[in-house]
Design a binder for this molecule. Structure first.
Ligand code: BES
Ligand code: MN
Ligand code: ZN
Length: 494
């Protein structure tokens, strides 16, 4: 459906010798220790340096480059052979984690997409253990995607070929699959709400399913009605764009119970009758980032052939204003039977997820992880770079945390003490869709969700902060980040 390709994917291949003269540019990682006298350089740098008779070492000793994390230095290679240009990427202390590998590659590529280039060689592999090599590949792909998808003159010039020095084909294939999943997730989020709305998201899901080999089911408004998904329907009622529920299935684990991943897919959040001010509304096309993450993860799981059963569920609705909108004081009997009092139509994500989680529980999964741009309060608590994690199961929380730590996508746990339960007690119905005032808003939202997961081990990840960025960084553009796609793939695999 999104056949317009603002940033075409580069061809990827492996090479042994980056000094063969075919490459426009060579990207090399250098640690702070490598810059200091007596430090060791990657061997590939030595080869370039020898050709240039020590010019790079002179740059280092004059302080032109320190090797700090995220630092770059683009220099012309004075040698008459080999790559014409060399980009040094700082690796800091050089701990060699997957997160660092991903960022170093993304930073390097972003620095050199300012103009068209035929072949860019990436010689980061020897700075990292082989367990990080696929992250170099997906990081490089990440650097080729951005938010300016409607600019007439492309702001990112994707190199025709990315050649990875010393990375095996297998790691390239894996890195490509994961990088593509992350970039597609970003693209869905970056598309405006006039392009991605519940029906078109469902069409995307069908196409992904077809391409990757997933089973797919789409519930339209009639089916949602028949299934008792009154909460999803209530949130979508104010929009001319009807809601949808997308269910994707990957069968790789025989008779084992499935894992379920659930995403909030509010394709635009105006706040509804509790309308947002313009400043709070302008980026609300991003409010389906959870659902986009689920779709990206499911695509990757299928393509990687992971030997697990996984169900992905995306709850899709547009939160708008009309004579049909759901109202303050409305009581909704959710699919599970729990009744909800609506006291703020801008707390719509939890209302949508109430029904989606109930559908997930019915599939008898052994674990549920949900992803949602759920609360501004989570941004207040943890800032823009860190996701909030809340759980009813310590073990599962630890497993998800382990995966996100390994991928360098920070999450931090917020408590789920029982004492918060009374903050969402309803006066008219069982529960209300807001807490008492603003305090603890990320937690009261999670407490609401907890009421719909029954006894199933469950983790809720609030990605309101890291899903969509205001400003760019060396390793990524502003806009959609694709956060948690890599972590969830790892969690499912592990
Ligand atoms: N989609 C928003 C949360 C959000 C805020 C996501 C900023 C990304 C960036 C959510 O639906 C919302 O509006 N939450 C309200 C809840 C409140 C009314 C209880 C909020 O956080 O203000
Ligand atoms: Mn809202
Ligand atoms: Zn929302």
């Amino acid at each position: 459906m999104l056949d317009r390709l603002p940033f075409p994917a580069p061809a990827l291949r492996t090479i042994e010798d980056p000094t063969d003269g075919e490459s426009d540019l060579l990207i090399v990682g250098v640690t702070e220790g490598g810059v200091r006298e007596g430090g060791t350089h990657p061997s590939v740098l030595g080869r370039v340096d020898i050709d240039g008779r020590g010019w790079l070492d002179r740059c280092f000793s004059r302080g032109a480059f320190a090797g700090k994390l995220g630092e770059t230095l683009l220099v012309a290679n004075p040698a008459t052979q080999g790559p014409a240009m060399v980009l040094l990427v700082g690796l800091g202390a050089g701990h060699g984690s997957r997160g660092d590998a991903f960022r170093a590659a993304a930073t390097g590529i972003r620095r050199v997409t300012d103009r068209p280039r035929k072949r860019v060689d990436i010689a980061l592999a020897e700075s990292f253990p082989s367990s990080c090599h696929d992250a170099i590949v997906s990081g490089a792909m990440h650097g080729c995607e951005g938010q300016a998808i409607y600019q007439t003159d492309a702001s990112i010039h994707v190199p025709e070929t990315l050649a990875f020095v010393g990375i095996e084909d297998k790691a390239i294939r894996r890195g490509r699959t994961i990088g593509d999943a992350v970039n597609r997730t970003r693209r869905w989020v970056n598309e405006p709400a006039s392009v991605i709305y519940p029906e078109t998201f469902a069409t995307e899901a069908r196409e992904v399913a077809e391409e990757a080999g997933l089973e797919v089911e789409v519930w339209d408004e009639k089916r949602l009605e028949a299934e008792g998904c009154r909460a999803i329907l209530a949130v979508g009622a104010g929009s001319t764009k009807p809601p949808r529920l997308v269910i994707l299935r990957h069968r790789g684990g025989g008779d084992e119970p499935p894992l379920a991943i659930v995403g909030k897919g509010v394709t635009f959040d105006s706040g509804g009758l509790s309308i947002k001010p313009g400043d709070g509304m302008k980026d609300m096309k991003c409010d389906m980032a959870g659902a986009a993450t689920v779709l990206g993860v499911m695509q990757a799981i299928a393509k990687l052939g992971i030997k697990k059963n996984v169900i992905g569920l995306c709850g899709l609705a547009e939160n708008m204003i009309s004579g049909e909108s759901y109202k303050l004081g409305d009581v909704i009997e959710t699919r599970s039977g729990t009744t909800v009092e609506i006291l703020n139509t801008d707390a719509e994500g939890r209302v949508v997820l109430a029904d989606v989680l109930d559908v997930a529980v019915q599939q008898q999964p052994c674990a549920i992880v949900d992803l949602a741009t759920l609360t501004g309060a989570c941004l207040v608590a943890l800032g823009t770079e860190v996701a909030g994690l809340m759980t009813n199961d310590t073990e599962l929380g630890r497993a998800v945390r382990g995966a996100s730590d390994a991928e360098g996508e920070p999450v931090w746990e917020l408590p789920m003490f029982e004492l918060y339960d009374e903050l969402i007690k309803g006066k008219v119905a069982d529960i209300k869709n807001v807490g008492e005032g603003r305090w603890g808003g990320a937690i009261t939202a999670a407490k609401f969700l907890e009421r719909f997961v029954a006894e199933v081990p469950w983790v809720h990840i609030d990605i309101a902060g890291p899903a969509f960025a205001d400003s760019p960084k060396p390793h990524r553009d502003a806009g959609a980040t694709g956060v948690m796609v890599r972590s969830l793939i790892r969690w499912v695999e592990g």
